[in-house]
Ligand binder design. Structure first.
Ligand SMILES: [Zn+2]
Ligand SMILES: [Zn+2]
Length: 236
């Protein structure tokens, strides 16, 4: 599979367009089912809040996301490509071992969570909240896709928190893709609006999940706490 990709596409195409395509697929495929759940009222006993979003509010989120993905995320991916190359990102065979991949991804999670926590706290100061972060908080009842609904300035900051780990370690492209996939699934889950008996936070003690981040959206911006993206210990 990877052999096929590297023989048919060049480095830039894979790193930028490939990553963009992968991101869009994982993001919308994992996020859209929660819109349907909310509209149909299925599994409502697991819904964290009783309030529902209107179809118009859901559609606004989707159109805005598509606009930002093409006009902010994609150019950002292209602009950061030379930096990734400079730091040693490769897409050659053999692929790195599972041990290397999982250690790097775990490191990215810990680092991202730390950077995100402090950046997010700063976003909750009065001026920045009013002019930047309030966009993300427009949805007090989050649904999966609202995870990436934010002001372009915040997308830049979140983008930085997400890529700082990969940039300093210069990973294999496959590691970068795997990190992107699990990070997207994680943030969509945190915003999904449902806490299921099978939700990961029931089994992983340090993992925040939907319950944890939903609380952050539910409360007034000065009182909410729960600033971390993935783990709960920074907020202790
Ligand atoms: Zn916030
Ligand atoms: Zn959020």
């Amino acid at each position: 599979m990877f052999q096929y990709l590297i023989t048919n596409f060049n480095d830039f195409q894979l790193a930028c367009l490939g990553s963009f395509f992968l991101h869009e697929s994982v993001f919308f495929l994992s996020g859209l089912p929660f819109i349907l759940l909310e509209r149909a009222g299925w599994l409502s006993k697991y819904k964290i809040q009783t309030k529902n979003n209107t179809p118009a509010a859901q559609e606004k989120c989707i159109t805005r996301l598509l606009l930002y993905h093409f006009c902010v995320n994609l150019p950002l991916m292209m602009a950061s490509y030379p930096v990734f190359k400079l730091m040693g990102m490769r897409n050659t065979l053999p692929l790195p071992s599972w041990k290397v991949i999982s250690t790097q991804v775990l490191f990215y999670f810990i680092l991202e969570d730390f950077v995100f926590y402090w950046g997010h706290r700063i976003l909750h100061t009065k001026w920045l909240y009013k002019h930047v972060h309030s966009v993300h908080h427009e949805y007090a009842t989050p649904f999966g896709l609202t995870s990436e609904y934010a002001h372009p300035a915040e997308i830049l900051f979140l983008g930085f928190a997400t890529i700082v780990g990969p940039i300093i370690t210069g990973p294999h492209l496959i590691t970068l893709w795997l990190w992107m996939i699990v990070r997207v699934l994680e943030t969509v889950e945190a915003h999904c609006g449902y806490h299921f008996p099978w939700s990961l936070s029931n089994f992983l003690p340090l993992y925040g999940g939907a319950d944890f981040h939903d609380y952050h959206h539910r409360l007034l911006y000065t009182k909410s706490g729960n600033y971390s993206s993935t783990f709960v210990y920074m907020d202790w």
